[in-house]
Every structure is written in C-alpha cells, then in structure tokens.
Write a new protein. Sequence first.
Length: 131
Amino acid sequence: GFIIFEGDTKFFLDYVQAPVMAMGRLPLLNERIEVFGKLGYGASFLVGGQREDTPNNDEPITRTDIELGENSILNRWDHGAYGGLGIGLTLGKTQIFVEGDVYAGFRDAGRANFSQNRSISVNFGVSRELF
C-alpha cells in the first residue's frame, strides 16, 4: 500500500545491527589514555518502530506503532557504512571510554519514497580484560 503524508511525518525505527568494523588505536600518556577510530560495513534488520505525524492544522501530534507484516511499506533489511571515534582511560585491566558512532544506510527505508536511514549515537562504557 501507499501512505499519504499530510504535514510532517517522522519514522522512529528500531533495528538489530550487525556491523563488521576495523579499529585503529593511538595510545597516549604511557598508554593510560587511548584515542581510537573505527570504520566498517554491516547489515541491519527492522524489528519495530513508530510513526509520528504532525498535521498542518491545529490537531495534536500523533504517534502510532508501525505494522511490519507482509504488506508493510518499509524495507525490513538495510545495509550501510559505520564509523566512530572515541577516547578511553585505562586503569589497570579496566578501561572507561566514551565514543561517538554514525551509521549511513544505503537502502531506502520506505519502498515508495527516498528515505535513507541515518543514526548518530554516543556511548559510554567500561571494559575489562579477563586474562
């Protein structure tokens, strides 16, 4: 089917992503601080989402769940490029880090219009060497 858009429509889509990435590291200050970058490619699968409609008139903004059945207007599979930069602080066998990641999908999210997936994320984490 087709969707008729009146006003502004945004899709908030949830994907399971599987990237394959290459990572480069630059240790600083006797390897206590590390700057890193990563690039890669991967696939993602749409598992859910919502549609937000903002009408052209005074009606309220509505948000509804997206149906993902066989007749869905959305492509379930996507693939694209990943990249990221981060910095970490090493404390013994533990590293505390913050990183920023971007994703640029190559397929259109919708089957009937131009709507490529993009995402930006900021991640905070702790990693620990086991051995």
